[in-house]
Design a protein. Structure first.
Length: 137
């Protein structure tokens, strides 16, 4: 069974984001030599809820999604497509029932090049709060 981060990736792949992120959509880190625009996603926090009778199937996760591009405008535009795809999203994807997803926060940053060249990358980063039903079987 897929985890919530993989389900969020599947939702992005099924949206218009997939054709725009020509460099790819990757978990945790961008691969070395990655082309832009590209997306990195990571599970930042996950909480399972319980009640007095035991474990509940309700859970929530915080997913960080960073959109990288060679210009700030391109990074912002890709980030906006991700927001359109995920903000208030609900549905079943990769076997996980996403009850609702919301944008929690966002920031724009510049990633300095490791080799001190002029070619860095702009990053539009947003955190998404995802409420979903865990598979308890």
């Amino acid at each position: 069974m897929a985890d919530i981060a993989t389900a969020v990736r599947a939702a992005l792949v099924a949206s218009s984001v997939n054709g725009t992120a020509t460099g790819g959509i990757f978990p945790d880190v961008l691969p070395q030599g990655c082309t832009y625009p590209a997306i990195r996603y990571a599970l930042a926090d996950e909480t399972s809820y319980g009640h007095l009778a035991g474990k509940s199937a309700f859970a929530e996760a915080l997913i960080s999604i960073d959109c990288y591009a060679l210009t700030r405008l391109a990074a912002t535009s890709l980030g906006d497509l991700v927001r359109i795809a995920l903000d208030r999203y609900s549905g079943t994807v990769s076997g996980i029932n996403i009850v609702r997803a919301y944008v929690q926060s966002g920031v724009h940053l510049f990633r300095e090049p490791a080799d001190k060249s002029d070619l860095g990358a702009y990053r539009a980063a947003r955190d998404y709060r995802i409420f979903y039903v865990e598979n308890t079987s």
